[in-house]
Write a protein that binds this ligand. Structure first.
Ligand code: UDP
Ligand code: MG
Length: 318
C-alpha cells in the first residue's frame, strides 16, 4: 500500500553489538516492500554503548528514531514508550537481539494487508534446554487455567499490530504491564505465523528462572483475582476438614476421656495452617502491592534523551 507507514519498535537493553545488525537486516527485508517505515529504538537504560550505536544510526538514516530512558525500566515500559511514539498505520514489535527474525516482516505485513489486526509470530522451542522447555510448558498450563485471556506457548511480543489495536492497547494504562496478556485482552482478528527458534547471536539473555517465575506470578495476578478465590476455597476446605476432626475428637473425648499425647496432631495442625495462612497472606499482599503501585500513578518511564519531538508530547519538550 502506497504511503502507509510501518513503525518498528525495538526495545534494547545492552545490545550494542546487535543494533547495527538488526538495522541492516530490517532494512534488507523492508527494501522490496512498498511501504515507508520508521525504526523506534528504545534504549532501556543500557550500561554499554547501545545508545551510542543507536545515535550513530540515527545520524545516518532519517527513519531511525530513539528514546533513551534515564535508567532500566524494563521491557514492558520500553514497549509502551515505543507504542506511544509510533506513528505507523501498523506497528511491528521485535527484539533487538536478532532472536525475532526480520525475514518474517513481509509475511506479517501481508497478513495486515489481508485485513488482520494482529499478526503474531509463534516460535517453536528448538535449541532451548529441556528444563527451560519443561518450565515454560508448565507455565502456560498453569497460567491458562488461571487467566481469562488465552496465552499461547511460543507466542511473545513479536507481532504486528494495526493502528486500532495500538490505540486500544494504549487505553490500558495500568502500571503493572503484562503486554502479552494485554494484546490478547484487546481481541481483534489475529493470524499466527510459525517460525524456527533462533538462539541469541551476541550478549546475554536478561531472563533467569526467577524471572520466569516472577513473570508467571505477574501474568496470573495482573489478569484476575482467581488466586484470591483459591485462598478462600482452601480456607473453606480446611475449615470443614477441621470441623469434622474436632467433632470426631470431641466425641472421642466424651467417650474415653482426655488423651494427653497429642503432640503430632497439634504440631501438624499448627504447621499446616500456618503455611496456608502465609500463602494466603502472600497472595493478598500481591494484590495490595499492585493496588499500591497503581494508585501512585507514577510515570511508566522517564526519558533522558530522544530525537522524537511531536507537538502534543509533554515529556520530550521539557
Ligand atoms: N529488554 C529491555 N529491557 C530489559 C530487558 C530486555 O528492553 O530490561 C529487551 C532486550 O534488549 C531484547 C528484548 O527486550 O531486545 C528481549 O530481551 P531478552 O533477549 O533478554 O529476553 P529473551 O529473548 O530471553 O526472552
Ligand atoms: Mg532474546
Amino acid at each position: 500500500m502506497d504511503g502507509s507507514l510501518i513503525s518498528l519498535i525495538l526495545p534494547s537493553y545492552n545490545e550494542e553489538e546487535n543494533i547495527e545488525l538488526i538495522y541492516d537486516s530490517i532494512h534488507k527485508d523492508m527494501a522490496d516492500l512498498d511501504y515507508d517505515y520508521e525504526l523506534i529504538f528504545i534504549d532501556d537504560g543500557s550500561a554499554d554503548g547501545t545508545l551510542n550505536s543507536i545515535q550513530h544510526l540515527a545520524a545516518t538514516y532519517p527513519g531511525v528514531k530513539y528514546i533513551s530512558f534515564t535508567r532500566n525500566f524494563g521491557k514492558e515500559a520500553a514497549l509502551l514508550a515505543g507504542l506511544q511514539k509510533a506513528n505507523g498505520d501498523a506497528v511491528i514489535i521485535l527484539d533487538a537481539d536478532l532472536q525475532h527474525p526480520s525475514y518474517l516482516i513481509p509475511e506479517m505485513i501481508q497478513g495486515f494487508e489481508e485485513g488482520y489486526d494482529q499478526v503474531i509470530a509463534r516460535r517453536n522451542r528448538n535449541g532451548e534446554s529441556k528444563l527451560r522447555k519443561g518450565l515454560t510448558t508448565m507455565f502456560y498450563k498453569m497460567i491458562n487455567t488461571l487467566v481469562d485471556v488465552t496465552l499461547q506457548n511460543g507466542v511473545g511480543d513479536f507481532r504486528l499490530l494495526s493502528r486500532n489495536v495500538v490505540n486500544d492497547v494504549l487505553k490500558l494504562s495500568e502500571a503493572n504491564r503484562f503486554s502479552k496478556g494485554l494484546f490478547s485482552w484487546v481481541g481483534y482478528e489475529e493470524k499466527v505465523i510459525n517460525y524456527e527458534n533462533v538462539n541469541r547471536q551476541a550478549g546475554d539473555s536478561k531472563w533467569s528462572f526467577s524471572n520466569l517465575l516472577n513473570y508467571a506470578i505477574d501474568g496470573v495476578v495482573s489478569f484476575n483475582t482467581k488466586p484470591l478465590r483459591l485462598c478462600l476455597y482452601t480456607g473453606l476446605f480446611i475449615l470443614l476438614l477441621s470441623l469434622g476432626y474436632i467433632t470426631v475428637m470431641f466425641i472421642e473425648v466424651i467417650r474415653t476421656g482426655i488423651d494427653v499425647p497429642g503432640y503430632f496432631s497439634t504440631i501438624s495442625a499448627i504447621l499446616f495452617l500456618g503455611g496456608v495462612q502465609l500463602v494466603s497472606l502472600g497472595v493478598i499482599g500481591e494484590y495490595i502491592g499492585r493496588i499500591y503501585n497503581e494508585v501512585k500513578q507514577r510515570p511508566h518511564y522517564l526519558i533522558k534523551e530522544t530525537n522524537i519531538h511531536d507537538a502534543n508530547d509533554q515529556i520530550s519538550q521539557y
